[in-house]
Design a protein. Sequence first.
Length: 155
Amino acid sequence: MSSSFQKLLSLNLSEDLRKIFANIGWLFADRILRMGVGLFISVWVARYLGVAQFGLFSYATAFVALFSTLSTLGLPSIVVRLLTHEPEKREQILGTTFLLQLFGGIVTFLLAVITVFVFHQGDRLTLSLVTVLVSAEIFRAFETIDLWFKSQVQA
């Protein structure tokens, strides 16, 4: 190999390495920031609500967490793998994933609300809390966009 080709190869390698470390740095900073803000908000909400109301809020959150696995249908890891192996089918894969996760979110919403309605008849506060918290599962379908970035190693 010529020395100019080796220099070019090492330059591209170091540039790629720099991009990888920059990407890792951003992801690490994002995770730390999210954890810090989440801790601050949780402490603030706990102090504001008090013991009884925060307990009810925690119950509603745990109740929704039981059903939240249905909303994604386990698709994220499968979709990232498919997008890396078959990039030419990107639109079909992402569109199908979005619709499946939207359907999963709606089913999750209905199941959680019906279940809490059956087991907590007359408890409007629990029903309201679960309804508000589980409604976020419908919007998880929009995380499909993030899957494409992960498949491109741009997340």
